[in-house]
Unconditional design. Structure first.
Length: 128
């Protein structure tokens, strides 16, 4: 029987080996992901981009929310100020007691009401 430490270590190693374009179910190559991000940053609609690559829009939203191809998420410019990455939500909650609300909101380009919803775990931020 494998202990839980070994199992989690194996899972992490395995997920790193087979993430992004190396993944078993990968529909996109890294250059496709870069092109999708560039198109998105230039204002193209997700629906139109999905048609170009013959993929479902959920695949693109998966990328844009930082759930896949994490090595490219820093390149995404989110025009929607309410779209906050999971790792940013965690960082916002951790810095809440250390910094002023205004400073945090400016850093993550969010409005104060979005900040309050994140900190109070309300709405779509409840389960993160």
């Amino acid at each position: 029987m494998i202990n839980s430490q070994n199992a989690s270590g194996m899972k992490e190693k395995f997920s790193k080996m087979y993430s992004g374009e190396k993944g078993f179910s990968a529909k996109l190559k890294n250059e496709n992901v870069l092109d999708i991000i560039q198109r998105y940053n230039n204002g193209e609609r997700v629906v139109d981009i999905a048609k170009i690559y013959n993929i479902d829009v959920t695949t693109i939203y998966y990328l844009l929310k930082g759930k896949g191809w994490k090595e490219f998420t820093h390149l995404i410019k989110h025009p929607n100020k309410d779209l906050v990455l999971r790792e940013d939500i965690i960082n916002i909650r951790n810095s809440f007691k250390k910094e002023k609300v205004k400073v945090i909101c400016e850093r993550y380009n969010i409005k104060e009401w979005t900040f309050r919803r994140i900190v109070n775990k309300q709405g779509k931020y409840a389960n993160i």
